[in-house]
Design a protein. Structure first.
Length: 209
């Protein structure tokens, strides 16, 4: 398994299962470190109570992990790695890619985990069955030739969430898309069609901040 700063790459079913376990452990460690940091800040503040000014607020950030499942049909995942500040060479015939980025506001610290699956991979079904269960958001890099596969994808999301409302961000590289007609409500699936990954990431970030 090749490992880069903030990113992983799996070549086989065994490696991606190992990667999944490692990531769950990594996520738990992040949560633990975040809780320990908050506890230390509180303890330090308690020690300095006599010297601190009255009414001084403790600067504690709410920490959250957000898992984003990306289905790729366009071989354009370089944009995702650019967002994660992680260099990557163009990928073809890959199975699974991963990168992450931490975004911070005054009150929150959100760790976005991007799980990128190649729909043309022979391991696609196995990978989807694992990463569907941990995803908080869905992004589909759409190709018109894969319309049937996209409909199967939306149905899988609907069944997974037992008909609860789910949003799928569909990226279509077309100038015909406008903000007036880029939203479709299909029973429990809300399909949002946008032109670029940047637009999708902005919407997801706004959702969690």
């Amino acid at each position: 398994m090749r490992k880069r700063l903030g990113a992983f790459h799996a070549d086989s079913i065994e490696q991606f299962m190992q990667l999944s376990q490692q990531t769950q452990e990594l996520t738990s460690n992040y949560k633990l470190k975040g809780n320990l940091l908050e506890l230390k800040q509180i303890q330090d503040t308690d020690k300095d109570t006599n010297t601190s000014t009255q009414g001084e607020e403790i600067d504690l950030k709410e920490y959250q992990n957000i898992n984003i499942l990306i289905v790729d049909n366009t071989n354009q995942i370089e944009d995702i790695f650019k967002y994660c500040d992680t260099p990557i060479e163009p990928k073809f015939n890959y199975h699974l890619e991963y990168c992450s980025k931490v975004e911070t506001s005054n009150q929150k610290q959100n760790h976005f985990h991007f799980w990128i699956i190649n729909q043309e991979s022979p391991l696609y079904s196995d990978l989807i069955n694992v990463y569907f269960t941990i995803a908080d958001a869905y992004i589909y890099l759409y190709s018109k030739s894969m319309e049937l596969e996209f409909q199967q994808f939306t149905e899988k999301v609907r069944l997974l969430h037992n008909n609860k409302i789910s949003i799928i961000y569909k990226i279509v590289n077309s100038k015909r898309i406008s903000s007036m007609n880029n939203f479709q409500d299909k029973e429990s699936i809300k399909e949002v069609t946008l032109q670029s990954l940047d637009e999708v990431l902005k919407r997801i970030k706004d959702q969690y901040f």
